[in-house]
Design a protein around this ligand. Sequence first.
Ligand code: MN
Length: 318
Amino acid sequence: MSTLDEILKEINKAKNIVLLTHENPDGDAIGTSLALYKQLKIMNKDVELIVPKYSKTYTYLPGFKEAALEKGTREQYDLAISLDAANIKLLNGWSNYFEEAKEKIVIDHHSTNSMFGDLNYVEISSPACAQVLYEIFQYYNWDINTEIGTCLMTGIITDTGGFQYSGVSKETFIIASELLGKGVNVSKIYKQMFETHSRANFELKKIALDRMEFLEDGKIAFTYITKRDEKKVKAETGDYEGIVNEGKNIEGVEVSIFLHELDDGFKASLRSNDYVNVSDVCLIFGGGGHTKAAGATMHGSPKKLRDKIVNEVKRQLK
Ligand SMILES: [Mn+2]
């Protein structure tokens, strides 16, 4: 029996199911968990989706606001499925729903996945968890309607930066074309995700750009924002999104480092252009991710953290 067959067996067996995804959920996290939520509803499952905090950017996804719960209604579920999360720590304050479930399943595409489920389906060659989930839908012969297609397309567009990152394969375009055939409105997804920015996001970007430093002969860009900055511009969850790419897109920069203050410590986001493996760098600090996009939670002042991260990045610079 293949892992996918075993997963289907568990889904069929379960009466109630909880779906979970990582903190600071991006379009792939939200798109995949919502797509599976919709499918399980179609199958008449008692299913709950727990996403306590998310960016307004994703509220265009059909039925997302209504589906996303801050808390589960049970303590124990028959089945918990985690999507797009590389490890249990990323399920932050809601990992209890996973840990206490009778059966645990992990569906993901991160090479650093710690295989924390009873059943783990992790396809590290996929540029998005949405591509993994699409293949699962195909395998199970589950129909993809326009709404589910919109969720999957959002995941693919998010994690590939709109089909521009190196993990994109022929398969990605074939799936995108299939989804177009289901009536998915790609231009609307692009507009929502890449063109529409909140005023607070713009103001935060201004602060971060003003603070940006270039180190190691301009090969590293570094900047940060604090809770005070966020308060000043009345930022909401997710308003810091995209800032890390500002440094990455500057000529000569190999690695962009962006720190964003949390209630406790800073979340470091790293992006690289060509050859630095930022996942390796973040692993040293207890985080992880992909070769060219990774993150870690760290403690200390922005300047101290900058020096620590730069020290590790330096080892890989040519
Ligand atoms: Mn992803």
